[in-house]
Design a binder for this molecule. Structure first.
Ligand code: DGJ
Length: 718
């Protein structure tokens, strides 16, 4: 519920567990509380009065440094990180925003931007009458998840042109100190590793300057207290619904309070706002849990599944694919693909996905991107014989694209060299021998939409894997005037969203999976279009326990595409049992990525049972509550538990990493069950009360488990 209390000029956004409160003071907005649910009290007593003697503020008022800000700007006494900055035509960079009005409305979509849906929105209008800038702050509250979202619209209501130099989505000063931050750092094949660091006085930040959300630092931060653990203590989570260069920061001020904020990266950014023009910022999801990191993750999972991902995919069964990439790389012909399709038929695998190499001149990664027509020399008769073979064998057909890219060795580049992003006079960097198309230009977007649509319209295609394999350099667009080049990174994101809207929503019967050299663009904006994302090119089962653990801090298992691949693993050379690979791949939208036609019969025979096991637990993967039980980062075990919302079913997957001799046995305590209910283990029929499983736990027989061995338990309430 969103309430405005006239007596204290305070907004309360609250549900049963969480309150977000801020007030209007002298026309400015003062942040009051974001945390556990509290009463509708007068919270002005929270002002600290602590600051340096040299602080400044308007006559007769507190210095802005002495109380918590809801919309910090620069110029009149707040010396910490602002949320918005701009410069008028005379160079004035002082911002002076005052409250005008507010209203509460059903949540509306910002055109052309991915965002959550299904909530109630508070719009607060603020005006800088001197510079002619109107800022509308948007807060969305949902009645079924402990998250609120924020974003803003910045509108030029004056007569001068204004240059926005920072346009973040949010900032607020937490009322309690949050002394530690957790981010998800990584690299290709090692995505999203949690890193917990102490905050210090001054600014800590993470960002991307890659014009993508990146595998190096995910656009996610959790702020925690020193004693916050997986299951207890406060955790404030921040997740940006954005796929381009971003920045998130935390700043501990002199009064010990922590400001958090962020949005579009202001590095190399400025945005010209002419009279009447508006810039809408990306949305940020803010979650609060008093139940530690696990509680925070469950809030994000529910928020993304209920309020962001296309509803028809939420809870629905997903395709179980066989993908030919690691089976053949670029070296395939019709016969090799037929062999994979034939071997997959009848196993429970239901979709064959033809990966990179089917188009243009594409026998390796040096050429062909951009030429989205079938290479009939490689695939005699085109795609249809492959599609027909799939259908004859009872499989659906999926196809790989990398729509945003072009190789210099391609017909597209030869016809339109200027469509590749480049800066005048500078040599062109290449990544994987390719360049990125300038999605800020409408004609380029039209080409991409036309070329991909042509293939999709003329073939029976059920599934698309949308890849993206390099970051952007020489940031510049021939389509933008000199004074708008600072808009490039955000305009690229808007261009990407435009082609996604046209292709994904234009072909509603096609299932789209996101991918970016593995998981280099794993963010809520992509999830808005694609219900699942290829989590990492590293499909080694042990490496995946870490990658999937880190990813799950923010993202639900239903968002993670996870495949069983061959051993020795192509990325780590590690050998793990086939059962282990399947058990870990079942903790996401599962599939296979190996040459099934080369599998030993005794291995191939295991696939139907694996898929039957997966289908039996699929609803838990798609909709269940995740409890992270044992961390592969700080123990010799990995364990995830999934519990159905009604607590009637639970599934536990455990990996024992390395065998040691005569070591202690371990107990694995479960979470999220009904204490008084009795649960029966499917298979051995053992019965336990929920309270026994949660307090005593399962016995992990470490002395008989070998390296990388997995155990699974499936419980049903009786
Ligand atoms: C990178 C992806 O992550 C892989 O799965 C595969 O599709 C290759 N690109 C193809 O080039």
């Amino acid at each position: 519920m969103i309430t405005f209390l006239k007596e204290t000029n305070t907004f309360f956004l609250e549900n049963e567990r969480v309150t977000y409160a801020f007030g209007i003071r002298n026309g400015e907005l003062e942040h009051l509380w974001f945390g556990a649910k509290i009463g509708h009290d007068d919270l002005t007593y929270l002002r600290t009065g602590i600051g340096s003697g040299c602080d400044a503020g308007l006559p007769g008022r507190y210095s802005p440094n002495h109380h918590s800000q809801e919309l910090p700007v620069y110029g009149q006494g707040d010396f910490r990180e602002p949320m918005l900055t701009w410069r008028g035509e005379n160079g004035d960079l002082c911002a002076e925003l005052r409250y005008v009005s507010h209203r509460i409305v059903p949540q509306q979509k910002t055109p052309g931007m991915p965002s959550t849906f299904g909530g109630e929105t508070l719009e607060v209008v603020m005006l800088d009458a001197i510079q002619g800038i109107e800022v509308t702050l948007l807060y969305t509250l949902f009645d079924d998840v402990d998250a609120i979202t924020r974003s803003c619209r910045i509108r030029n209501v004056g007569e001068q042109t204004v240059r926005l130099t920072r346009a973040y989505s949010f900032a607020l000063d937490l009322t309690v100190a949050a002394p530690e931050a957790i981010s998800l750092q990584g690299a290709w094949a090692r995505e999203r590793t949690p890193e917990r660091v102490p905050l210090h006085h001054g600014v800590w930040s993470i960002d991307s300057k890659r014009v993508t959300s990146s595998s190096q630092l995910n656009p996610f931060v959790a702020l925690v207290e020193k004693d916050t653990t997986e299951n207890a203590g406060s955790a404030w989570g921040v997740s940006l619904v954005y796929s381009s260069s971003y920045r998130l920061f935390a700043e501990v001020g002199p009064n010990g309070r922590t400001r958090i904020g962020g949005g579009i990266n202001d590095f190399a950014f400025d945005w010209t706002l002419c009279p009447e023009e508006t810039l809408a910022t990306p949305e940020v999801i803010l979650a609060y849990s008093a139940e530690g990191l696990g509680g925070m993750s469950r809030i994000f999972h529910d928020t993304l599944r209920r309020h962001l991902i296309t509803p028809r995919y939420v809870g629905a069964s997903r395709p179980v694919v066989i993908n030919n990439w690691e089976a053949t790389y670029f070296h395939f012909d019709k016969e090799k693909l037929f062999a994979i399709i034939d071997a997959s038929a009848g196993t429970g695998i239901d979709t064959f996905v033809l990966d990179d190499g089917w188009f243009g001149k594409r026998d390796d990664d040096h050429s062909g991107l951009g030429d989205w027509f079938v290479n009939t020399q490689k695939l005699e008769g085109g795609l249809n014989p492959i599609i027909d073979r799939c259908h004859e064998r009872g499989l659906k057909f999926g196809l790989w694209f990398e729509p945003e890219m072009v190789n210099p060795d391609s017909d597209l580049y030869r016809a339109h060299p200027d469509w590749a992003i480049h800066a005048p006079g500078h040599a062109l960097c290449e990544g994987r021998n390719q360049c990125v198309l300038d999605l800020t230009r409408p004609e380029v977007r039209d080409y991409i939409v036309g070329a991909v649509s042509d293939i999709l319209s003329n073939h029976e295609i059920d599934y698309v894997k949308w890849d993206y394999n390099r970051n952007i350099t020489e940031v510049y667009s021939e389509g933008l005037p000199a004074d708008r080049q600072g808009e490039f990174a955000h305009r690229y994101a808007l261009g990407l969203y435009d082609i996604c809207e046209r292709l994904v929503f234009g072909f509603p019967n096609v299932f789209f999976e996101g991918c970016a050299s593995g998981g280099a663009r794993f963010d809520p904006a992509i999830l808005y279009y694609f219900p699942q994302i290829w989590t990492s090119d590293n499909s080694d089962a042990y490496a995946r326990t870490q990658i999937q653990w880190g990813t799950s801090l923010c993202y639900p298992l239903s968002a993670m595409s996870c495949h069983v691949s061959v051993c020795p693993n192509h990325q780590t050379r590690r050998i793990t049992p086939l059962k282990t690979r399947a058990d870990i791949a079942h903790l996401g939208a599962t599939g296979y990525e190996l040459n099934v036609s080369h599998m030993k019969p005794e291995e191939l025979e295991q696939i139907p049972a694996q898929i039957a096991d997966y289908r039996a637990m699929e609803q838990l993967v798609m909709e269940g509550d995740l409890w992270r039980l044992a961390s592969p980062f700080d123990s010799n075990l990995f364990a995830f538990e999934l519990v159905s919302k009604d607590k009637s079913e639970a599934h536990v997957t455990l990996m024992h990493v390395l065998r040691t001799s005569n070591n202690a046995v371990e107990m694995l305590r479960l979470g999220g069950l009904e204490p008084d209910a009795v649960y029966e283990c499917v298979g051995d029929g053992a019965r336990y009360h929920g309270s026994t499983l949660m307090n005593v736990g399962l016995l992990v027989p470490t002395n008989r488990l070998v390296d990388f061995e997995t155990l699974v338990w499936h419980f049903k309430k009786i």
